[in-house]
Design a protein around this ligand. Sequence first.
Ligand code: KG4
Ligand code: ZN
Length: 364
Amino acid sequence: MYTPLKTIDTTKKDPIILGIETSCDETAAAVVQGRKILSDEIASSASIQALYGGVVPEIASRVHTDEVATVVERAIKNAGITYADIDGVAVTYGAGLLGALLVGVSFAKAFAYALNKPLIAVNHIRGHLAAAYLDSPTLKPPFVTLLCSGGHTAILYAKSEAEFEILGSTLDDAAGEAFDKVARVLGLKYPGGPNIEKCALEGTANISFPKMFKGGGGYNFSYSGLKTAVINYCHTKEQKGEEYSKSDVASSFQQSAVDVLVQKTLDAGEEKGVDTITVGGGVAANTYLRESLQKQCKQRGFKLVLPEKRYCTDNAAMIASEGVIQFKLGNFADMSLNAKASIPLTKTLESTGTGMPKIKKGVE
Ligand code: KG4
Ligand code: ZN
């Protein structure tokens, strides 16, 4: 019989949570104790996916199936713990590639069932937001956070560890999506974001692309105009048979895309009267964004909590970190947990982080 909640103490100060993440092309597992990372393992299929110019869902699922058990075992071993020490098993149930998610969800369910441990359903985006707490013992809401991943770009007010208010968001493409699309136009390989960053290092931001500050006003922004401006610039040059510098285009695009994020996030921080800014999501691994945030937070008097680059891109420590938050709230899943390919941002930001009914007790 599966009865994990009969013995669980949700008031435990620093629960030990195993996190499992398989939403895209990274098979990841990690163990955290409260906010301390005990281990963090990743097996990526990115190099295989690069041969196809992007993520092939079927390949991602197959690699997860091959890797998940080994990666989880490694995370437990490297954390220096035994199965008995684990207080909860947190797994990304959405959003992401359905087949890929199903591998992690099925594994986590079987693992939790076999060990009679509580199962915690984690929303991938909430994981990105919870990355800020990793190894950051003093971070305490309220603060303003910039979420910039492949699928979402938004400025949020974190009222508590589990309550968020959307202050602004993209009206069209996400920032990461814009990086990926512009990379394709410039003939840069997958993954687009890091390759734009690399290419931009050789160039100068000497082309004036729209900064999209208006984007509907307030703290919203729009990336499709910027993307179109870059495409038009390249096509016009090509049609006229004129040479142009890819690295100057990459550098100018990067500056336009990032400056708006930084300025609006800090403006939102000022309006909300917070003293701390955090950031999460793959685009937060961008060095120009990180340096710009560091510089401007210093100038404008904000404390900046900037997760290490590897905790901005997909990883399982962030899933375990959100698992800790949900554990303390007593939000557990049962064996009916299923994967979800897409979850709207408003559902994502609901207090359970799952948009699913709370299961506080009685899981049998
Ligand atoms: O958060 P993430 O790893 O996955 C999602 O949950 O979406 O974000 C992936 C996105 C991709 O669009 C990728 O190009 C972008 O983050 N990205 C970057 C960098 N590293 C990853 N964008 C700009 N500069 C980077 N260094
Ligand atoms: Zn992600």
